[in-house]
Design a protein around this ligand. Structure first.
Ligand code: ARG
Length: 467
């Protein structure tokens, strides 16, 4: 490419007509985005081919020039794909790098490609196409993660574990039910991804710099060719809008936050103290000094990457909040945030899907923990309401006294002799022992969305039909 150092002080060949000299080195450094926006090359070329094809169809450029342009762009695509393309910082960004190369390949016809177009609508198009593809990848990845959870939930629909509030033992639940909580979370994330795709499915190309163009372009034609539902409706909004990037980051931040909560549970559950799960060798590491250790590094890194994703959302919101309409160069700072968040999220979902598929569930440890901490105390209170006709508040009080007694004797609720229970409340009969086991407790919770294995199996079937 014509990018010799002797030319670095000459004015820009794309916009330098009114400039006597080229940019200061620092100006070039702060201005150039090619270091990161080269990622958009395939989208840029696709957009240019659609634009040139439309220009020829509308009689704005000749069919001959269009053919040269399309052929040249195809050549550039394979040059970049194969790594042969030389990117130049002097040419600022991906749009001008490609256009300059096109000029070198096909001559003056290249200069006709930018008719009725500005880099403002061009970058809005390229970036939208990229984000849309990324959202489609995210949707697929979330479907894979949900599938992994559905399999584990099915396998463990009957596996009892303690349910927690405040990370204190609350009531027995099943591991299948706990897995299905994550299915709901990631299912909502996927729904948000789908909404984001729907919102952004409008083509920006043809908005030009900000005001539209006097050339007789057909924006519906380019929208269709590029797979968008329709063109955007306001050219000013089109070049100043980055909602699609913000929506991607918002969706990503919420999904990453869910992944982080899951990562935190994996970290806690894999400790020897909890011992609910054993991580596979594939998703853990050892310690270089302590031979007994197996560390949940993958889960920890998923938890940490959430910080990056959330940070990217806040960074772009902050970039956008002070911008007057329409385009400002500030908006060039949108890309790295989105690229970084996308990479982090993709990796986090993939790592989590692998961990969930590989993890060993220690049902014996879960069950032992489920029975400790008087987790069936609510079942006793409910029994007193149902069988002895007590108002719930009174039943709560009686149960509190029973728990205090068990605590004082250092035993479980089910180990208290009937006589001692009856001394607290005479309405208690030996039937009460039937509700004090963890299995009876979970089996009884058949309310819609509850933890009973029968109910969890219904939830699994509902999701299977939608995944
Ligand atoms: N590299 C620029 C960006 O990413 C492209 C748009 C430049 N437009 C302009 N009017 N300078 O935002």
């Amino acid at each position: 490419m014509a990018d010799g150092s002797s030319e670095t002080k000459s004015s820009n060949q794309m916009w330098g007509g009114r400039f006597a000299s080229g940019p200061d080195a620092i100006m070039e450094e702060i201005n150039a985005s090619i270091g990161f926006d080269k990622k958009l090359y395939a989208q840029d070329i696709r957009g240019s081919i659609a634009h040139a094809t439309m220009l020829a169809h509308q009689g704005i450029i000749s069919a001959e020039d269009k053919d040269k342009i399309v052929h040249g762009l195809d050549t550039i695509l394979s040059e970049i794909d194969s790594g042969a393309f030389e990117f130049s910082r002097r040419l600022e960004d991906i749009h001008m790098n490609i256009e300059a190369r096109l000029a070198a390949l096909i001559g003056p016809a290249a200069g006709r490609l930018h008719t009725a177009r500005s880099r403002n609508d061009q970058v809005a198009l390229d970036f939208r196409l990229w984000v849309k593809e990324e959202l489609q990848k995210t949707e697929k990845a979330l479907t894979g993660l949900i599938a992994a959870f559905l399999d584990r939930a099915e396998e463990h629909a009957d596996t009892v574990m303690p349910g927690f509030t405040h990370l204190q033992t609350a009531q027995p639940v099943t591991f299948g039910h706990h897995c299905m909580a994550y299915v709901e979370m990631f299912g909502r994330d996927r729904a948000r991804v789908r909404h984001a795709i729907e919102h952004m499915d409008e083509s920006p190309i043809g908005a030009a710099a900000l005001a539209g163009t006097g050339f007789p372009i057909d924006r519906h034609m380019t929208a269709k060719a590029l797979g968008f539902r329709e063109p955007t409706r306001n050219s000013i909004d089109t070049v100043s809008d980055r909602d699609f990037a913000l929506e991607f980051l918002s969706v990503a931040a919420i999904a990453a936050t869910h992944l982080s909560r899951l990562a935190e549970e994996i970290v806690i559950w894999s400790t020897p103290q909890f011992g609910f799960i054993r991580l596979s060798d594939a998703f853990s590491t050892g310690s270089s000094i302590m031979p007994q250790k197996k560390n949940p590094d993958a889960a920890e890194l998923v938890r940490a990457k959430t910080g990056r994703v959330n940070g990217s959302l806040v960074a772009l919101l902050t970039v956008m909040k002070g911008l007057p309409l329409a385009y400002s160069k500030d908006m060039q700072e949108d890309k790295e945030q989105v690229f970084d968040a996308a990479e982090s999220l993709e990796l986090a979902i993939a790592a989590m899907t692998g961990m969930i598929r590989d993890v060993t569930i220690r049902a014996d440890r879960m069950k032992a923990a489920a029975g400790s901490g008087y987790s069936t105390a609510t079942d006793l209170a409910d029994w007193l309401v149902r069988e002895a006709g007590l108002p719930f508040r009174d039943a709560h009080h009686v149960t509190g006294r029973v728990v205090a007694l068990a605590e004082q004797k250092g035993c479980d609720l089910a180990d208290l002799p009937l006589a001692e229970l009856q001394a607290i409340n005479s309405a208690i009969t030996d039937k009460v022992y039937g509700v004090l086991t963890v299995e009876a407790s979970v089996a009884s919770r058949t309310s819609f969305g509850g933890t009973a294995p029968s109910e969890v199996r219904k939830q699994i079937a509902w999701w299977r039909a939608r995944n």
